[in-house]
Design a protein. Structure first.
Length: 235
């Protein structure tokens, strides 16, 4: 696989062109992709030679159980990883769900607030993991989630910056990693689409698969994370 990427250092930017597997030594870099059953990001990292592992409470659907850790990711955070890309559940943190924190009569939904606190604690456990390079992905959070997590996100991207004529605001909390760079901007093409196509994920019908479909990582974004952050991890 021939590709071109930036390899960053603290005092200079080196630009390397060629096969990433030959230009760097990714096999020695251990990457944990937390809360990922689809294996979309794990597969892209593996294509480039990284020692990447997905981890989720569910069985993987990406077709590679030999690269999958089924279980609680908190139990493997101390296993000597060089980098982690995490996709924790956003149900109680996302801005789109803030209205459910109150009941119809205006009183607090205490069960929902408790789940919010638990979700934020899990998020913080990932963010504060003893791993030098971390990226945590989630939709735009509401203000209560930001308060509990302790800080706002570092970057917000859209799929149309990475070759997909889709809209889905995706935020990253970063530790030791640079912001992703746009790889293929198709925003103009996206803007010309009918609303039901441009907002396809929003219009998905209700059902058991809706959450899973909405949470899947776009191929172009997965490739960008693998190439850009992978090359940074090999600097």
């Amino acid at each position: 696989m021939s590709t071109q990427f930036d390899l960053f250092t603290n005092d200079q930017d080196l630009h390397i062109s060629g096969n990433i597997a030959n230009a760097v030594l990714p096999a020695g870099v251990r990457v944990l992709v937390a809360c990922e059953e689809s294996q979309a990001t794990t597969i892209e990292l593996r294509k480039l030679g990284f020692n990447a592992w997905s981890c989720d409470l569910q069985d993987c659907s990406g077709g590679h159980p030999e690269w999958h850790i089924k279980g609680d990711v908190l139990n493997v955070l101390n296993d000597g990883w060089d980098m982690m890309i995490a996709h924790p559940t956003c149900t109680y943190l996302t801005n789109s769900g803030v209205c459910w924190l109150w009941n119809k009569d205006g009183s607090r939904n205490e069960e929902r607030w408790q789940k919010l606190k638990e979700g934020a604690e899990f998020f913080k456990a990932l963010l504060n993991a003893p791993i030098p390079l971390i990226a945590i992905e989630n939709p735009i959070p509401h203000k209560y989630a930001v308060e509990l997590v302790g800080r706002k996100y570092d970057q917000c991207i859209q799929p149309y910056q990475f070759g997909h004529t889709e809209s889905k605001a995706t935020c990253f909390w970063l530790k030791g990693l640079p912001k992703l760079k746009t790889t293929k901007d198709v925003k103009d093409e996206w803007k010309r689409l009918p609303k039901n196509e441009a907002q396809r994920l929003h219009y998905l019908p209700p059902g058991p698969e809706r959450t899973k479909l909405r949470s899947k990582t776009f191929q172009g974004v997965a490739e960008a994370m693998a190439v850009q952050w992978g090359s940074y991890a090999c600097r």
